[in-house]
Structure formats: C-alpha cells, structure tokens
Design a protein around this ligand. Structure first.
Ligand SMILES: [Zn+2]
Length: 176
C-alpha cells in the first residue's frame, strides 16, 4: 500500500525530461469516469509510474491497480473486482504522431502542458473492467440465461478510448 497521494495533474514533458517517477494512491472519487461505472466511489487506485523521453516523445510506463465495486449480474448485489493494468502510453499531439507510435504504446492526447493524472489512469483501468461481473460463489438466477447476459453486454456505453484506438488502427492501415 502506498502512503502518499498521487498528484492530481502532471506535466508529462517536464516530468519525462527529468525521468520522473510517480508512485502513490488516488481516491477513486477523483477518477470520475471510472467511478461512474462502479456502484460505489469508495476505494482507491494505486500506481507506480515512470516517465522518460524516447525519440523526443514523452512516455509513461508502469502499473496501476484498483479494487472497485461492480454489480453482480447474478444476484445484483455489489461485488468487489480487482483490476490490475500495465501502463505504456506515448503522449501525442496530433494524428500523425499517433500513426508513428510503436505498437507497444497506447496514445494519450496531450492537448495542454498539464494533464489530469486521473484521465491517464482511467484510460487503462476502464478498458480492464470486466464486461460482466459476478461473485465466484453466486449461482445464476434460474431465469437469467444467455439472453440476459447478452443484454448486459449490449447496454455497455461506448468507450471514448475505444474510438481513439480505432483511429490509431485506421491510421496505421492507411499507411500501407
Ligand atoms: Zn452475486
């Protein structure tokens, strides 16, 4: 467990030039988009990150984890879900830079010098959330069959980061 809170915002270019490290925790309620997908704002995210410049591009690497409460799709009660992600982001400022990113890096749009750290952490953590959560010991409702599980999947909101991912893919394809 980390004792120190993470900063709310970071300056990626400056931090990467200094090869800065960030480790600490952030209350889940600061990560508003992630918290909106959960039944409770209680909890925290922990992250251990390192910034560096790579070919004049700031990058951030490390890990983040969180324990969040989702709705069990079998009993509809909250269920604690652990999410553990590795983070490898390249900061980009336009579509051309997205196209140049190595496959191993996810793009993060740098629109201003300073970015909210929560947004950066959420980008990976939200993608790692299970589509359907349930207690290991929970029995399915007798009437909750395949159809209901499929309906739960269809209800998922489109993920804004998935759009960015598609853009990255389509740019890569158009290169060829
Ligand atoms: Zn359950």
């Amino acid at each position: 467990m980390f004792e120190h809170p993470l900063p709310l915002t970071i300056k990626p270019v400056k931090l990467a030039r200094q090869e800065g490290k960030l480790s600490g925790f952030m209350p889940l309620q600061q990560l508003t988009t992630l918290a909106a997908d959960c039944v409770s704002e209680e909890g925290r995210v922990e992250a251990d990150l390192q910034l560096r410049m790579e070919q004049s591009r700031p990058e951030i690497h490390g890990t983040a984890n969180a324990e969040v409460k989702l709705v069990c799709q079998r009993c509809l009660e909250p269920v604690a879900v652990k999410v553990d992600v590795s983070i490898a982001l390249g900061f980009v400022q336009d579509e051309a830079q997205i196209a140049q990113l190595p496959e191993s890096l996810e793009p993060f749009m740098l629109e201003e010098e300073e970015v909210p750290l929560a947004e950066l952490l959420e980008q990976e953590l939200i993608l790692a959330l299970p589509i359907v959560a349930y207690h290991d010991t929970c029995e399915p409702y007798p009437y909750a069959g395949k159809e209901e599980a499929e309906a739960a999947v269809a209800d998922e909101k489109p993920n804004p980061f998935a759009v960015l991912e598609q853009l990255k893919d389509s740019l890569k394809k158009s290169d060829k």
